[in-house]
Design a protein around this ligand. Structure first.
Ligand code: NAP
Length: 355
């Protein structure tokens, strides 16, 4: 659909999903320089009409779509879809910004957080760019300036991740289970968890309503007994921060929250750092907002990584350790917003003559 005479031609693959919906909203909010705008998904939702600034845009089935003349494609349609379609869009001439984990660790694919390592977009050899995992994303705007100032050496993170991180299916599971509990008298849970007859879990591996589930993703096959979600934080942080030997350990936990993740972070540094010194650095860090009690509810629907509860880590000798809590919207900065910010950087670096 032609929107303006000038600008770049944009395609959103996965436009009907949760991240896709936020992506459409963020493109509008940020007044992205769109010339043509196309929405794509699978045959399931092809033909659906989605509004964008008063234009009714018909969702196309990616299998039948003409891929020519797309400048930038933002993908949020899962790893399997990205594996097949990112190279095809790139071969047809588009820059692909991908939200899945499919391409993040490929050597010739930049993995970028807009405020942290935008210069990694100077050279995009395969025309594919990756958006980090939402937990990594939430931590980077805070950890990068702290690392620059004090030398990040070691990271221990426990996540409290919202069900929307598991797609629409995760949000539906929480809704159905919460409704079932309320219908049966949720107060019975106070005395006996088994007193409520919950529906069989459909996406999160255990009941998630009124529960926390310490398992996200799948156990990897390297003998570590970590999940792939837990390894993403270590591997992606190393790549984004350009710290290939960063020691990092993560426990990923799903909680009965719809949107926005929380992260408990213990960080150890080369140099001495106090909470006041950290707050001074973070108070001017792009993408960070300090808050006394940063909660997912505070972060939902908003852009920054909210950072608070900053304390000296008492388990680290001297003054080289900090403990803090970070809350961030997994659908906005954790996915759609950063993807659109990367698309904006690509426009500035590679399509400057069009805007
Ligand atoms: N949710 C998060 O917090 C989060 C954060 C960071 C990254 N991500 C990544 O973003 C992606 C989407 O997540 P989501 O939460 O938006 O999931 P979702 O709500 O389940 O939406 C999935 C989207 O992908 C489309 N899709 C699925 N299979 C497809 C296929 N074979 N061909 C074309 N389109 C297909 C769906 O289209 P139909 O309507 O046709 O089914 C839908 O638009 C995933 O890669 C996820 O890892 C998510």
């Amino acid at each position: 659909m032609r929107i303006h005479d000038h600008g770049v031609n944009v395609a959103v693959l996965g436009a009907t999903g949760q991240v896709g919906m936020v992506m459409r909203r963020v493109l509008d909010e940020r007044d992205f320089p769109v010339r043509d705008l196309r929405f794509l998904a699978s045959s399931r939702s092809a033909g659906t009409v989605l509004d964008w600034r008063g234009h009714g845009i018909v969702v196309e089935d990616v299998e039948k779509a003409d891929l020519s003349d797309i400048d930038i494609a933002v993908f949020s349609a899962g790893g399997g879809t990205s594996k097949v379609w990112a190279p095809r869009f790139a071969a047809a001439g588009a820059y692909v910004v991908d939200n899945s984990s499919q391409w993040r660790m490929h050597d010739d694919v930049p993995l970028v957080v807009a405020e942290v390592n935008p210069d990694d977009l100077d050279d995009v050899p395969g025309r594919i760019v990756a958006n980090p995992n939402c937990t990594t994303m939430a931590c980077m705007p805070a950890l990068k300036p702290l690392s620059d100032a004090f030398g990040l050496r070691r990271l221990i993170v426990s996540s409290y991740q919202a069900v929307s991180g598991a797609g629409r299916a995760g949000a539906l599971q929480l809704m159905n289970e919460a409704k079932a509990a309320l219908d049966q008298g949720a107060d019975r849970l106070v005395f006996d968890g088994s007193a409520i007859d919950f529906p069989k879990p459909t996406k999160v591996v255990r009941t998630i309503a009124f529960n926390v589930v310490p398992f996200i993703g799948a156990i990897v096959s390297d003998g570590s007994e970590e999940t792939d979600e837990e390894q993403k934080l270590r591997n992606e942080s190393r790549k984004i921060l350009h710290l290939p030997h960063l020691a990092a350990s993560c426990t990923c936990v799903r909680v009965g929250v719809f949107t926005a993740h929380g992260m408990s972070v213990n960080a150890e540094f080369e140099k001495d750092v106090t909470p006041d010194m950290a707050r001074a650095v973070l108070s001017t860090a792009p993408g960070v907002e300090l808050d006394d009690i940063p909660t997912p509810q505070l972060a939902a629907g908003r852009d920054p990584s909210f950072v608070g509860r900053i304390r000296q880590d008492q388990a680290v000798e001297g003054r080289k350790g900090l403990a803090m809590f970070i809350a961030n919207d997994n659908l906005r900065k954790g996915a759609a917003l950063n993807a659109v910010e990367l698309a904006e950087i690509i426009v500035r670096k590679h399509f400057a003559d069009r805007v």
